[in-house]
Design a protein around this ligand. Structure first.
Ligand code: ATP
Ligand code: MG
Length: 393
């Protein structure tokens, strides 16, 4: 009997045509995630098995919990036999060590040439357990312990517990998106949700020194490094936004400053996205959260781009977002008190229902195009998050 990890794929079953691609990308992502462990990955169309040669099962499972595309992760026992008498004995050995009163046996006979049908295997194993484990009872509907048995050509697998995976699609299966990443609570969660749908992300951050601090920038890098734990390959493009932001401050009506500033951010994000072969923009906007996220504001701001803007948090409550940021590990960093450019340049009374014509008129009063080009020319890109980033903050 030996321990092995069994992986159940995520939403794969509903996407039959993409099965091979799904498995291929998932395997690559798992290999990358487990590159520091001595493992063998064996896969077929419905399951994947991971042999952990250095026996660091707990660590490997923890790593796998961060891979999108996994429905569940199971540490199971394997024997290289399909012999029913052996199966019964192993079942007893496994259950002897567990604390429970009621149980149920479920069998999956992937090897259809196996002479005994699944139900019959469960019935026989159940009967054997009742006989040799006195005091235990079968409960079909609400068992305290469920023993799963999978009979495959190469052997038989047994398990009693499944660890939930984070679901979704393997990162990269949907191409790339450009995430507008600020230091707040929302945008890292938006990035996580995009990754979960299989979108690889690159990040863009608008930096306005000296109005914003080096700590604010490092906070964004730290958040990116946390997202990088889920996917690898994250890049952050830092846009030197100061001059453009000061020009907006100087030339535009204070109530429209945020509207115009966000129109500029969208313009720059789109251009960089196209340059980096990203198909969509992703951001942390949520309907009604602040003045720039009313439906009117969103439409006036969105008017500058044709690229799809995906807002994973659009319909979520702040509390739900906070809960999710705690779960994914970004909350503690997000609440550090360093302010980004949106908070520092916020006017006292930002317009809640901006007028598109007015916004366009204000933009005509200065040469923003040259400033945008300068921003793009001077972007600084950071791409290596493999190293320890604990010294960032
Ligand atoms: P967050 O909590 O993510 O900072 P927020 O509620 O503070 O969001 P806004 O400041 O209006 O909302 O920003 C809305 C979205 O715009 C952010 O979620 C983020 O995607 C993007 N954004 C805002 N500021 C920046 C910035 N300095 N650099 C990059 N993206 C930004
Ligand atoms: Mg913000």
């Amino acid at each position: 009997m030996e321990k092995v990890i069994l992986i159940k794929y995520g939403e794969l079953t509903t996407k039959k045509g993409n099965r091979n691609l799904f498995i291929k990308i998932l395997t690559k992502n798992i290999e990358e995630m487990l590159q520091n462990y001595d493992v063998n990955i064996i896969k077929n169309r419905v399951r994947m098995f991971i042999e952990v040669n250095d026996h660091k099962f707990e660590e490997v499972v923890n790593q796998l919990k961060k891979v999108f595309g996994l429905h569940s992760i199971v540490i199971c026992e394997r024997i290289e036999s399909n012999d029913l008498e052996k199966i019964k004995k192993i079942a007893k050995t496994i259950l002897e060590k567990k604390d429970f009163q009621t149980f149920k046996v479920v069998t999956d006979r992937a090897d259809k040439t196996y002479p005994v049908k699944s139900m019959e295997v469960s019935r026989q194993v159940g009967g054997y357990l009742l006989k040799y484990l006195p005091g235990k009872k079968v409960d079909i509907h609400h068992p305290e312990l469920m023993l799963s048995i999978e009979i495959r050509t190469e052997g038989t697998y047994f398990y009693t517990e499944e660890v939930e995976g984070c679901g979704g699609y393997p990162v990269g299966i949907q191409g790339k998106g450009m995430l507008m990443l600020s230091g707040g609570i929302d945008s890292p969660v938006a990035g996580y949700l995009a990754l979960k749908r299989g979108v690889q992300i690159e990040c863009i951050y608008f930096d306005s020194p000296p109005h914003t601090s080096i700590e604010a920038k490092n906070k964004v890098l730290k958040l990116a490094s946390i997202l990088n734990e889920y996917s690898g390959h994250i890049r952050v493009h830092i846009v030197p936004f100061t001059k453009l932001q000061e020009a907006i401050f100087k030339n535009c009506d204070p109530t429209y400053m945020i509207t115009i500033m966000r129109r500029m951010m969208y313009r720059i994000t789109e251009r960089l996205a196209r340059k980096r072969n990203c198909k969509i923009i992703v951001n942390g906007e949520s309907i009604g959260q602040v003045a720039s996220q009313t439906l009117t504001s969103m439409s006036v701001i969105n008017e500058v781009t044709n690229m799809p803007v995906i807002r994973p948090l659009a319909c979520m409550d702040k509390l739900e977002i906070i809960r999710m940021s705690e779960k994914i590990g970004t909350y503690e960093t997000s609440i550090l008190p360093f302010e980004d450019c949106c908070t520092i340049f916020v006017p006292k009374h930002p317009v809640i229902h901006p007028d598109l014509k007015k916004a366009r008129e204000m933009e005509k009063t200065f040469d923003y195009e040259t400033l945008i080009q300068e921003c793009i020319k001077n972007v600084e890109t950071i791409s290596n998050f493999e190293e320890d980033t604990s010294d960032l903050l």
